[in-house]
Design a protein around this ligand. Structure first.
Ligand code: PHE
Length: 453
């Protein structure tokens, strides 16, 4: 019997299933929508460098912490943070994570709706119906955004009500490999086009003058968002994990998979943007800044698809946006799972009821965003760039001062025999104690300082 695990919580059916589900949570719009535009806006490889550092020095150690806390307590974030005799204050930390998940999902759902509407944009474009193609491709159309947000939320709720192994795990197993295949195919295609190599240079040539604290702040927020950290997603996913799983190894795979997909997405989208430029589309304004980088994916890629042989373009365009929707879906389910598991654990509500109530509550915020897209920036600054690293900071404080790294190592020893004497066993406690929280602290301090200066 696992500690404190109530019977209706569910478990992953296999190690691979868990890794894919966690990777599915990590891989999503963060990789394909947010990462390429952040790289393009922030000095190319200079951003990538800082981003990779954030992933390994801050993200990875916290990912291991979240999974360990989840598996040991068998609870969702709120319950987990009240374990080990923690001061009551930590309950607030858990609730903050749940709130971040709630608000992030509210805008994520709108962007996910765009990915789905672009499937239709592609179909109607190639069917020669420009009016309908434009309608589906219009990101600013509130009614259309609302409809697709509703559809997407129903898809998410549908999978969540299916449960852990049957719902989340099964869906991810098929979708993730397919996404990788289409990404590789599209990269190969984009490099046959004029202008792509210019894009490649833009992507991988570092502009070190862009390295400022603000860039650190953005890279840190992006690392937390992309790795699904800081709000308890991986505490929740860890709570469905059995004792045989090797957490440090699984977390490493997930981090690497997430980084690789982001890197590949950049390799597709930034060159695609330059290909569009060489066919006459303006991508930089007069000051040399990117025009609307948040909509990059939805500008650069359709341009590329439309330039292909019609059959190939139709096939690639539809498949790409379908898979992007699926990647978004494996992330939205992990975002919804956090508040849902909280309600199941704390209020003993049935999974289905919890999923519908929370899902509808989030949807109501999504609908407001569908008509006011500028809320996306505001919410992502508060709940993502600030909220998630703050949560990550508290997770490391919880681990170091409440649970204690020695106890965490005993838990991690399950599935990783002899962890104490391993390189990981020496390095990780040091990282969660000194490196991750201190780096987050410095970046935060600097950001606040520069705001009030
Ligand atoms: N990691 C997901 C993505 O990159 C988003 C996400 C953030 C999911 C936080 C869960 C928790 O798209």
């Amino acid at each position: 019997m696992e500690l404190n695990k109530s019977d209706n919580r569910g478990n992953w059916s296999s190690k691979l299933g868990f890794i894919l589900a966690a990777a599915g949570s990590a891989i999503g719009l963060g990789n394909i929508w947010a990462y390429p535009s952040k790289v393009a806006d922030n000095g190319g490889a200079a951003f990538i460098l800082i981003y990779v550092l954030c992933c390994f020095l801050v993200g990875y150690p916290i990912m291991v912490s979240e999974l360990a806390i989840g598996r040991k307590t068998g609870k969702s974030p709120f319950g987990a943070f009240r374990s080990f005799g923690a001061p009551k204050f930590f309950g607030i930390v858990g609730l903050w994570g749940i709130l971040c998940g709630f608000m992030i999902l509210s805008f994520y759902n709108v962007v996910a709706g765009w990915t789905l509407s672009y499937v239709f944009e592609e179909i109607f474009f190639f069917a020669g119906n420009a009016d309908l193609a434009n309608w589906f491709g219009d990101l600013g159309n509130g009614h259309k955004n609302a409809v697709f947000s509703i559809i997407f939320m129903f898809l998410t709720i549908g999978i969540i009500t299916g449960g852990v192994a049957e719902g989340i795990e099964k869906a991810t197993k098929i979708m993730m490999p397919a996404l990788l295949a289409i990404l590789l195919f599209m990269i190969a295609f984009v490099f046959t086009q004029d202008g792509a190599s210019e894009g490649l240079i833009y992507y991988i040539k570092p502009d070190f003058s862009k390295i400022t604290f603000d860039l650190f702040f953005k890279a840190m927020g992006q690392a937390f968002f992309s790795l699904s950290l800081g709000m308890g997603t991986l505490i929740t996913y860890g709570s469905y994990l059995n004792k045989k799983a090797n957490i440090p190894q699984a977390a490493f795979y997930v981090t690497m998979a997430d980084l690789s997909i982001a890197f590949l997405a950049g390799l597709l989208i930034i060159p695609a943007m330059f290909v569009a430029q060489s066919s006459g589309v303006t991508i930089f304004d007069e000051a040399g800044n990117l025009i609307a980088s948040t909509t990059l994916v939805f500008n650069a890629l359709p341009n590329l698809f439309h330039s292909m042989h019609p059959l190939l373009g139709l096939f690639s365009g539809v498949l790409f946006f379908l898979l992007l929707s699926m990647a978004a879906l494996t992330s939205t389910i992990s975002l919804l799972e956090v508040p849902v598991s909280y309600v199941i654990d704390e209020f003993k509500v049935k999974r289905k009821v919890a999923a519908y109530i929370i899902g509808f509550a989030i949807l109501s915020v999504s609908l407001a965003i569908a008509y006011n897209l500028n809320l996306i920036d505001l919410f992502s600054t508060i709940f993502n760039d600030i909220g998630l690293p703050l949560g990550g900071f508290m997770i490391s404080i919880f681990l170091v001062y409440v649970w204690k790294t020695n106890n965490a190592l005993i838990e991690l020893n399950n599935g990783y025999d002899g962890i104490d004497s391993s390189f990981f066993g020496k390095l990780w406690p040091f990282m969660v104690k000194y490196i991750s929280p201190v780096l987050i602290g410095i970046v935060f301090f600097q950001t606040i300082y520069s705001l009030i200066r």
